[in-house]
Design a protein around this ligand. Structure first.
Ligand SMILES: Nc1ncnc2c1ncn2[C@@H]1O[C@H](COP(=O)(O)OP(=O)(O)OP(=O)(O)O)[C@@H](O)[C@H]1O
Length: 270
């Protein structure tokens, strides 16, 4: 069972800080007849970095999408920050979340995709401001100042006025990270954030991610960057065909894996 969320009688929810940030217990997901996740058990501690690796089609992105409420879990139990994904508990009963509640929960989760997904008609600064400015109570000036600060944090303060087409892939990805951070998420999900980049641009993006990890951000990272996973990851998880076949310290799993399938995968990507 996941750690409880305490309702204190008001609309405020007090989270149990000792609960893991993510806990999956027997999570299943299917698309039609295709069973993509076949019982995922995984715990991601607060402040830790979990690196997910595995061959194409093994279900890594699907799992991230379930964590981020973009896909619905079909079976098992998944909690983020102690709260059931897709449901809220009230008086011992489960109620499916309404669209507005899902949107509220998703604000706590930043997601960075392989393709940077920036708005092409907006500058870097406007992209980073876009979500906070829509939050009630935030003024445009506050959102702009915070966005400037975030661009500085990812090393792009001198590119605030540039449009995505005027930025390199690595710079666009750093803007995407700043944009994901703009809502002050508790959890950051990265889905192969460097695999669409030219090799010489990968380092800057990984540096920003390394810095976030150092600051204590909880992160789940789908990546084929074995060096990053070994150096920054607290846990390495190897998935294949919808199941986790190996998990543990990255220096163990990614250096001397126990499973033949993990060894074969590493031999391919290294
Ligand atoms: N919306 C969808 N509808 C139907 N099938 C899907 C959908 N999304 C993913 N799949 C299928 O689910 C399986 C797992 O896909 P997923 O993208 O999670 O794998 P992955 O491990 O992230 O792969 P990659 O490394 O190539 O991104 C694949 O067979 C894929 O074709």
């Amino acid at each position: 069972m996941s750690a409880p969320t305490v309702h204190d009688g008001s609309t405020r929810t007090v989270h149990d800080e000792s609960a893991p940030m993510v806990r999956a217990e027997g999570v299943h997901k299917r698309y039609g007849k295709l069973e993509v996740l076949k019982g995922i058990d995984l715990t991601v501690r607060r402040g830790s970095v979990c690196c997910l690796l595995g061959p194409s089609g093994s279900g890594k992105s699907t799992f991230l999408r379930c964590i981020n409420h973009l896909d619905k879990v079909d079976g098992g139990r998944l909690t983020v920050d102690g709260e059931l994904v897709g449901y809220r508990q009230q008086g011992g009963e489960l109620h499916e979340l309404r669209e507005r509640e899902v949107a509220e929960r998703r604000r706590d989760i930043g997601m960075v995709f392989q393709r940077f997904n920036l708005f092409p008609h907006m500058t870097a600064l406007e992209n980073v401001m876009e979500a906070p400015v829509r939050v009630a109570g935030t003024t445009k000036a506050q959102a702009r100042e915070e966005a400037r600060h975030l661009l500085e944090r990812v090393g792009l303060d001198d590119r605030a006025g540039h449009y995505p087409a005027q930025l390199s892939g690595g710079q666009q990805q750093r803007v995407a990270i700043a944009r994901a951070l703009a809502m002050k998420p508790k959890l950051m999900l990265f889905d192969e954030p460097t695999s669409a980049l030219d090799p010489e641009l990968v380092g800057d993006v990984l540096d920003v991610m390394r810095q976030l990890a150092d600051e204590g951000m909880t992160m789940v990272v789908v990546t084929h960057e074995i060096g990053f996973a070994r150096e920054v990851g607290d846990t390495a998880v190897f998935m294949d065909e919808g199941v986790i076949i190996e998990t543990g310290d990255p220096c163990q799993v990614l250096v001397e894996p126990e499973q033949e399938r993990t060894r074969a995968f590493l031999a391919k990507v290294l």
